[in-house]
Design a protein around this ligand. Structure first.
Ligand code: PMV
Length: 328
């Protein structure tokens, strides 16, 4: 069996968010979600299973994994060992191409890359659906980083039918996600806890009821290349994610003054005729969605906002893939 394998995988930005689980342990979500892979936010991971090793050795971004990171990666390696029926411990090294601590969600690209690299290193060749199911168990949104381009996660009802599929290839629409980074601080409440808290918001049931119509609007807008229709739907959904978080018990404030200032700026540019819409993650950074023809303009204006520390422009990214160059 191949002992060492490397995978590269994109992070993704959700147009319709995953927020709340039907089954928290297996990460089976309450609703379908739709996302775009981000070609400039990738994780590269090398995994080798080594018979002589007596413990997993995990390095992330050049440093030994801390206890929480380690527990999550080892649990994922255990899933792979169970699938491959092997006992060997692994050496894992992982590196993001975007600055660590930039507040860009890295668990999606990290668990997608880990799933592909570890299964190959263990001698398995899983079909895309199985790989997506595996990645989902490490981090829900990671299942959407396995297929390429524009992706829908089919919520399903159990582990075997909760996975993501590509609904359009990366070349389908020259959209851009211009990420305006306003804070590099680690968020205080991770998304795993956020998903758990969501059910305490009395707005959650209403959100879930409204989602099938919004999902349909996003699919329609995407297939029609209709940015105004897409933008209206994704802004609603982003605000709703934060509404649920802020009305959870206890409330979670990912919402921040800097974020609101960038949102207000984007709305003003739009009133000026620039085709730009925002979406948000469980963090303070603002994702400015526009077409490629406007991306330079959006990035230049974002850089002028004093709250914005850095701007990263992303085109739609491809599927998780094997890499040629191992990290060790
Ligand atoms: O995959 P998780 O558990 O980190 O959850 C991701 C949650 C959001 O990024 C806020 C939304 C999404 O669908 O990506």
């Amino acid at each position: 069996m191949p002992q060492k394998s490397t995978a590269v995988s994109c992070s993704n930005i959700a147009f319709i968010k995953y927020w709340g689980n039907r089954d928290a342990a297996r990460r089976i979500p309450l609703n379908n979600s739709i996302s775009m892979n981000l070609d400039h936010a990738t994780t590269t991971t090398t995994v080798a299973f080594e018979d002589a090793r007596d413990d997993d050795h995990i390095v992330i971004g050049g440093a030994l994994a801390n206890a929480a990171q380690r527990a999550r990666v080892v649990a994922h390696l255990d899933r792979v060992r169970a699938l491959a029926q092997i006992e060997s411990r692994a050496r894992v090294q992982s590196q993001n191409n975007f600055p660590m601590g930039a507040g860009i969600a890295s668990s999606a690209s990290a668990f997608a890359a880990l799933s592909l690299a570890a299964t190959r290193a263990a001698g398995l060749e899983l079909p895309e659906r199985e790989l997506s199911i595996l990645a989902r168990q490490g981090s829900g949104s990671a299942c959407r980083s396995i297929p390429g381009g524009f992706v829908e996660w089919l919520a399903g009802t159990e582990s075997a039918n909760s996975y993501a599929v590509s609904i359009a290839p990366p070349t389908f629409w020259e959209l851009r996600d211009v990420i305006a980074i306003v804070s590099t601080a680690e968020k205080k409440i991770g998304s795993t806890d956020g998903h758990r808290a969501a059910s305490s918001s009395h707005f959650l049931a209403e959100r879930v009821n409204a989602l099938s119509a919004r999902l349909a609007r996003v699919r329609r807008a995407l297939f029609a290349h209709d940015l105004a229709a897409l933008g209206a739907a994704i802004e609603e959904d982003a605000i709703e994610l934060h509404l649920i978080a802020m009305t959870s018990a206890p409330p979670i404030f990912y919402w921040s003054p800097e974020m609101v200032r960038v949102i207000e700026a984007a709305r003003a540019w739009r009133a000026d005729g620039l085709g730009v819409y925002f979406t948000l993650d469980a963090g303070p950074n603002v994702h400015l969605i526009c077409e490629s023809k406007d991306a330079d303009q959006v990035a230049a204006r974002a850089r002028e906002i004093s709250d914005v520390r850095q701007v990263i422009v992303n085109a739609p990214g491809g599927a998780a893939r094997l890499g040629e160059e191992h990290l060790f």
